[in-house]
Design a protein around this ligand. Structure first.
Ligand SMILES: Cc1cc2nc3c(=O)[nH]c(=O)nc-3n(C[C@H](O)[C@H](O)[C@H](O)COP(=O)(O)OP(=O)(O)OC[C@H]3O[C@@H](n4cnc5c(N)ncnc54)[C@H](O)[C@@H]3O)c2cc1C
Length: 432
C-alpha cells in the first residue's frame, strides 16, 4: 500500500519497456520510484497473450541482439533466450513465389533476377557496411536509392529489406542514414524470444520490484503540474501523486496534453513532427497437422510479411501448434481500409500456405497498430529526454532521440532519461 501523501523522487508514467528500464536504473541509485500505468498490466506494446495455447506477441516482435537496447538489458541482468530465423524463405512477386535468400551464392541461381540485377544487388549488400550513414541523415531514402541504384528490381529488393528491418514504408520521408543503419543491424540477425516478449517484461518487472520500485496498474494520469522539486500528477479518479521528477513514457501527443504547468513549445514541436509508423497485423495459430512448407515470406511488389515465429522460438504450450505473424507495412499516405488489407494478407497467406483455413485454431486482426511513434524523417528534430521548459519533466520512449529504432530507442532513451534525473545539467553561468 502506498500513502497518497507520500513524496516520490521519481514518478514514471507508463510501465512499458521504457518505464520499467528507467525505474530499475533509478531504484538501483537509491531513488524512491513509482510507476503508474493506465493498463490492467504493465508491459505496454511488449505484452504477450496466450491464445488457444499459442503465445502471441502484439504483432511480430524480434529483438536485435546486436542493438544498443540489448546491451543495456544485459547490464540489468536480463537474459534473453530464443531462436534466430534463417535469412531465407519465399519471395512473392506478382503472385508468384521465388526463393528468398540474401546469400550471394544462392542469389546467382535466382530466376527472378537478371544478371545485371544480381551484380548490382551483390555489390549493394557487400558494400553496405562501408556506407557512412552519418552523412546521409538528412537525405531521403528515396533520393539515396535513386542516386545509387539503377535496376528497378534491386530498388524493390532494397525497399523490402528496409521495410523488414525498420517497419517503415515511407521512402520519400524517411532518413536514408537512419534506415540504412537499421538494415545493417537487421542483417546481423534477429531473435524471436522463447515465451514471447512477456518474458522480457516479466524479468524487468521482477528486477524493478526487487530494487524497491512501486508499481500501480489501472492508474490513468491526466495532468502533470508543477516543476522540480514539486511536481504533481492527477489521476482520472482525482487522486494526486507528488514527486520531485516525472518521466513520461506516454505518446508525444498525450504527454503534451497532460502538461498543465505551461505550454512547453519544444514538446509541442516534437509532437507535431512525430509521424507514427503503423502496420496492419494478423496473428494466427494453426494446428500442426502438416508441416508448413514456408517458414518466412516477404512481398516484393506488396509490403507484406509472413513468419512462423514458433518455428524458431518456444511459443506454444502444446507441441502441435504453429504461431504465425503476418503484417502489412502501412505508408502514411495509405487510406486505411481494414477489410482490403485483411483480404490482401489472406491472399498472401494462401499463396504460401494454401491449406491454412483448415488448420486455423485462433486469429486476431489489428487494422492499424503503432509500431513506433516517430518515423526517422529527414527533418525530425533531436528530441532530448529533458523537456527544456519544465525542469523536472523528462520523456522516454521509441520517439525520443537516442540510439536505434523501435525497442532499442525505448530502452536507450529510458537509460538517458534516468541518467539525466540522476545527474541534472548544471545551470550555465555566464562568465563576464
Ligand atoms: C506490431 C508491433 C511490432 C513491433 N515489432 C518490434 C520489433 O520487432 N522489434 C522491436 O524492437 N520493437 C518492435 N515493436 C516496438 C516495441 O514494441 C515498442 O517500441 C516498445 O514496446 C515500446 O515500449 P515503451 O515503453 O516505449 O512504450 P509502450 O509499450 O507503449 O508503453 C507505454 C506505457 O505507458 C502507459 N501509458 C500511456 N499513457 C499513460 C497515461 N496517461 N497514464 C498512465 N499510463 C500511461 C501505457 O499503458 C503503456 O503501458 C513493435 C511494436 C508493435 C506494435
Amino acid at each position: 500500500m502506498i500513502k497518497t501523501e507520500q513524496k516520490w523522487d521519481v514518478i514514471i508514467i507508463g510501465g512499458g519497456i521504457a518505464g520499467l528500464t528507467a525505474s530499475i536504473i533509478l531504484a538501483k541509485a537509491n531513488k524512491k520510484v513509482l510507476i503508474l500505468d493506465k493498463g490492467k498490466h504493465v508491459g505496454g506494446r511488449a505484452i504477450t497473450a496466450e491464445k488457444a495455447e499459442g503465445l502471441l506477441n502484439l504483432g511480430p516482435h524480434a529483438i536485435y541482439p546486436n542493438g544498443p537496447g540489448v546491451q543495456i538489458l544485459k547490464q540489468l541482468n536480463i537474459t534473453l533466450q530464443g531462436g534466430s530465423p534463417a535469412p531465407k524463405g519465399t519471395l512473392v512477386y506478382q503472385n508468384k513465389s521465388y526463393p528468398l535468400t540474401l546469400s550471394p551464392f544462392a542469389l546467382l541461381t535466382s530466376k527472378l533476377l537478371k544478371w545485371k540485377d544480381k551484380r548490382e544487388f551483390i555489390k549493394l549488400i557487400s558494400g553496405l557496411s562501408k556506407i557512412d550513414t552519418q552523412t546521409i541523415q538528412h537525405t531521403s531514402l528515396y533520393n539515396w536509392v535513386e542516386t545509387h541504384l539503377k535496376e528497378e528490381k534491386v530498388k524493390e529488393l532494397f525497399y523490402m529489406l528496409c521495410r523488414l528491418s525498420s517497419y517503415s514504408n515511407d521512402p520519400k520521408r524517411s532518413s536514408a542514414g537512419r534506415i540504412i543503419e537499421q538494415v545493417k543491424l537487421g542483417l546481423t540477425g534477429v531473435t524471436y524470444l522463447d515465451g514471447g516478449w512477456q518474458t522480457l517484461v516479466n524479468q524487468l518487472k521482477e528486477q524493478a520490484i526487487t530494487h524497491g520500485v512501486f508499481i500501480q496498474e489501472n492508474k490513468h494520469i491526466i495532468e502533470i503540474n508543477g516543476t522540480h522539486p514539486n511536481m504533481t500528477l492527477i489521476e482520472q479518479s482525482g487522486q494526486t501523486y507528488t514527486g520531485s521528477h516525472v518521466i513520461s513514457t506516454s505518446t508525444p501527443a498525450n504527454t503534451l496534453a497532460m502538461v498543465k504547468t505551461k505550454q512547453p513549445s519544444s514538446l509541442k514541436k516534437w509532437s507535431e513532427k512525430c509521424i507514427p509508423v503503423k502496420g496492419a497485423f494478423w496473428d494466427i495459430v494453426l494446428k500442426k497437422n502438416s508441416n508448413l512448407k514456408v517458414k518466412f515470406a516477404l512481398g516484393l511488389d506488396e509490403p507484406l510479411y509472413y513468419s512462423v515465429h514458433s518455428a524458431v522460438a518456444n511459443l506454444t504450450t502444446k507441441p502441435d501448434l504453429h504461431v504465425i505473424h503476418l503484417g502489412k507495412y502501412l505508408s502514411i499516405d495509405d487510406k486505411i481500409d481494414p477489410k482490403k488489407n485483411q483480404n490482401q494478407l489472406e491472399r498472401f497467406l494462401t499463396s504460401v500456405e494454401p491449406n491454412w483455413e483448415k488448420e486455423l485454431v485462433f486469429q486476431r486482426y489489428f487494422p492499424s497498430l503503432t509500431v513506433y511513434h516517430a518515423l526517422p524523417t529527414t527533418d525530425l528534430p533531436v528530441i532530448t529526454p529533458e523537456v527544456p521548459e519544465i525542469s523536472g519533466l523528462y520523456v522516454a520512449g521509441d520517439w525520443v532521440t537516442a540510439k536505434g529504432l523501435l525497442a532499442d530507442a525505448s530502452i536507450t532513451s529510458a537509460k538517458t532519461a534516468a541518467n539525466a534525473v540522476l545527474t541534472p545539467k548544471k545551470e550555465l553561468h555566464h562568465v563576464i
